[in-house]
Design a binder for this molecule. Sequence first.
Ligand code: PPS
Length: 390
Amino acid sequence: MRGTFGRKFRKIEECEDYVKSKFLVCFERNTLCAVDIRIFLILSTSPGKQQRIYRPPGAMGPQFIPADSNDEQDRLLNELFMPPFRKGYVRVGPNKVLLPLYYLDYAGRIEDMEVRDSDVWIVSHPKAGTTWTQEMAWVINQDFDFEGAKVPLPERFPFLDHTPLFDYTDILPNLPELQLPLFVSDSVTYINEMKSPRYIKTHLPWELLPKQIREGTKKPKIIYVARNAKDTCVSYYHHCKILEGYSGSFDNYCKLFLGGSLCFAPFWPHVLNFWKRRDEPNILFLKYEDLKKDLPAVIRKTAAFLGKDLNEEQVDLLAEHLSFARMKSNPAVNYEAAIEINRRFNLTTADGHFMRSGQVGNYKEVMGPELIAEFDRWTQENLAKSELTF
Ligand code: PPS
C-alpha cells in the first residue's frame, strides 16, 4: 500500500502512526503555527479510497497536500514536481511556507538549535544571489584566506536546510555508490558540530529560523539578500530543473511561483519580513541588483557590517574574485560537482549550469509582455506599503 506521502506501509495503522508522529514532533516543539490544523490522510488503497481526518484538539499544525488534491497549485506540484527524492509537500507556519514533507523530520531540531553570537548567516529566498553573498562574506570574515576558499563552499558555508530538501531514504539502499557527505545527509548535525566562527546558509523565512534568533536571545550576524521577482523566478526554474527534478513547463512554473507553491515560497513575505528588520544592528539587507551595479560598494558595506577594515587593494582583489566569470569557473562555488552527481545517478536529467546568466533583466528573454505585466502588478501590490524597490 502506498500512502499519500509516497511511503510504503503494510497496514493502514502504520501509515496513521507515521502521520501522527510527523504532526506531533512539530506540535510539541511549537514550530508550526498555521491556523488550519487539518491533517489529511488519504490512503490510496485498492480498489477504493479511504479518507481519515485528524483534528487534534486546540492544536496547530502543518497542512499536508493530498496526492489527489483538486486545487490547481497542489495538482501542478503533485504532477510536475515529485522527483525520487521528494515524497510530498507541506505548508507550514502563518505564511503557509511550502516545504518538502521531509522538512518535518528536521523542523524541531532547527527550531531548537543552538545559535552562536559569532555565527555569520546568509538568509535568502532561493536564487537571490546567495552563493555570491556567501563567498563575499566568507572571504571578508576569514581575512582573505584564498587558500581556505578552495574548500567547496557547501563544506565551509553549509546549507542548514539542505537535508530537508532531499529525502534519499528510499534511494540510498539501491545506490550503494552514492556516498553522501554529512553536510548533505544531515546538514543540521554538520552545523551543530562546526567550529566557530560558523557560516550558515538558509532559505528558511524569518518565522522558521531557530527560536534563539527569532526571540533575540542570540544575535548572529545575518545578511539577507534579495533579488527582483522575475529574475529570481527564471533562475529558480532552471535550478529546479537541473537540481530538484521539476519536470514541467516554464509557464506552469510561473504559476507555482506566483501562487506561493515552490519551496520556501511565498516570495514577498520572505523578503518583506527581513526588509522590515533591516535596521536591526545584526541584520544587513542587500540586493542582487546592487551587487551587480557596484560590487566594490557592497563589499565595503559588508566589511563594515562584519567589523573588518579593508583597503582599496583588497576591495579590488575581492571584486575580481567575485566576478561572474571567476565564480563560474571556480569549482569551489560553481556547483558543477553536485549537478554531475545528479546526472550520474539519474536523479535529474535536465542540462544546464548553476552559474547561468548572472544578469539583471534576463527574464526578458523568456517572459512575454503579459507575464511581465502580471509579475509587475503582483510586485507593486506587495511592495505598495514598503519603501522597497527593485
Ligand atoms: S541558490 O541555489 O539559491 O543558493 O542560488 P543563488 O546563489 O541564490 O543564486 C544563483 C544565481 O546567482 C547568480 N550568481 C551570480 N551573478 C552574478 N555574479 C556572480 N558572481 C554570481 N554568482 C552567482 C547565478 O548565476 C544565478 O543566477 P542566474 O540568473 O540563474 O544566472
